[in-house]
Write a protein that binds this ligand. Structure first.
Ligand code: AMP
Length: 208
């Protein structure tokens, strides 16, 4: 099974991907996580991507991102199954993805701008990159203040703030029509106004 969730930042792609990945042992790839990890490791491409692009809410250019995804998807562990979260975000990326792999399902998650805003501005992310825990200080409050269930500290992402949010939303609004037009009837759609549990259940029903 190869699933490619699409939708605005903060709509719940990462939460859904984590659940599917854990319950079905499907590897989860997140382009945002790859960029964040590269930056933390001091990789020059990672640092450039953070300082010039994602740290400000802008997309990393297609040439860099496409190459990163091409190299990643060529690994044997992604041959049969994966859930790819965060890519494609432009029509060029969608076209590139079709040259990297064939049989995947684009799955669009939709929610209102107000819902997205609330989710992003209250999002807390686990600092342990191997955990990927995602919480919300309003709707999914952690059991212990600022602590993930895994015990690691919860942090706010550098780009989850009021300054970067409108830039990220504008990027999405500019690019997503091209992506959706490219996929046309291939896209399955899920109402992501619902709770993460209901979204997950709906996706499972779609695939069973
Ligand atoms: P995400 O965690 O998916 O919200 O991604 C965080 C940031 O990484 C985005 O705001 C972009 O700057 C960058 N990024 C992630 N995926 C892509 C992509 N497919 N194309 C361009 N930039 C990306």
């Amino acid at each position: 099974m190869k699933i490619v969730p699409l939708g605005p930042p903060g709509v719940g792609k990462g939460t859904l991907a984590k659940k599917i990945s854990e319950n079905f042992q499907i590897p989860h790839i997140s382009t945002g996580d790859i960029f964040r990890r590269l930056a933390e490791e001091g990789d020059p491409i990672g640092a450039k991507a953070r300082d010039e692009y994602w740290g400000h809410g802008n997309l990393v250019p297609d040439e860099i991102t496409n190459e990163l995804v091409r190299i990643t998807l060529a690994k044997p562990e992604y041959r049969e199954n994966f859930i790819l979260d965060g890519f494609p975000r432009t029509r060029d990326q969608a076209e590139a993805l079709d040259t990297f792999v064939g049989d995947y399902i684009p799955l669009l998650l939709t929610a209102s701008d107000q819902t997205i805003r609330t989710r992003i501005l209250n999002r807390l992310t686990c600092s342990n990159k191997d955990c990927e825990g995602i919480y919300n200080s309003v709707t999914k409050v952690p059991k212990y203040a600022r602590k993930c269930d895994c015990g690691s500290e919860l942090i706010r992402r550098k780009d989850d703030n009021k300054k970067a949010l409108p830039i990220r939303m504008a990027e999405y609004q500019k690019n997503s029509p091209g992506v959706l037009a490219y996929y046309g009837g291939r896209v399955l759609e899920i109402d992501a106004e619902q709770s993460s549990e209901k979204i997950y259940q709906e996706v499972i029903n779609l695939f069973s």
